[in-house]
Design a protein around this ligand. Structure first.
Ligand code: S3P
Length: 181
């Protein structure tokens, strides 16, 4: 509306492990002057342990509940960029929660890119298996339809980082305007 300040709805970046949610989330939050949160880091900080240990000691279901609680009531409701753990948006009902709270953008990358980007980090219990390539393929097949339910989807393969960052910002502003009106 004329003269009225635009609401600064949160931006939720979702997508598979290794697509660059945290990397681009940080860049975008700096550019927008929003706060940045990485759900995995917030959970590790709150629980004073690692994601791997939470999966091992309390199980995946417990971790998913921590993600849900965090999204529902653990973060500010405006002016944040939230890099969501790869499975967060997959939970039943979560996509609607995210889309109601803010703007949801899915980042995508090819299986090869994801395999390369995730191969050096051992703090991803779901990829700590004998054949991570097969695991990534199966998990992507199961999850991609859900990721595509986001407000928008952006590919990150073979593009300049600045180009991806600007694409995310443009898309966020466009959808934020619609959601704020
Ligand atoms: C997970 C993704 C991870 C982390 C956990 C489970 C998933 O986050 O939340 O290991 O189910 O895809 P990143 O996507 O930041 O690696």
């Amino acid at each position: 509306m004329e003269g009225q300040k635009q609401r600064m709805n949160n931006l939720y970046l979702i997508g598979f492990m290794g697509v660059g949610k945290s990397h681009f989330g940080r860049l975008v939050s700096d550019a927008l002057r929003y706060q940045f949160f990485d759900t995995d880091h917030v959970i590790e900080n709150n629980e004073q342990t690692t994601i791997s240990k939470i999966f091992k000691n309390q199980g995946e279901e417990y971790f998913r509940k921590l993600e849900l609680d965090l999204i529902e009531s653990g973060l500010p409701n405006e002016a944040c960029v939230v890099a969501c753990g790869g499975g967060l948006a997959i939970q039943e009902g979560m996509m609607n929660v995210l889309k109601t709270k803010g703007v949801v953008i899915s980042l995508f990358a090819s299986k090869e890119t994801i395999l390369e980007r995730t191969s050096t980090n051992k703090n991803r219990p779901l990829l700590n298996v004998d054949n991570p390539e097969e695991q990534i393929g199966q998990m992507m097949n199961a999850r991609v339809p859900k990721y595509l339910e986001a407000d928008a989807s952006i590919a990150t393969d073979a593009r300049m980082p600045a180009d991806i960052m600007n694409h995310i910002i443009r898309t966020y502003k466009k959808i934020n305007k619609i959601k704020s009106s």
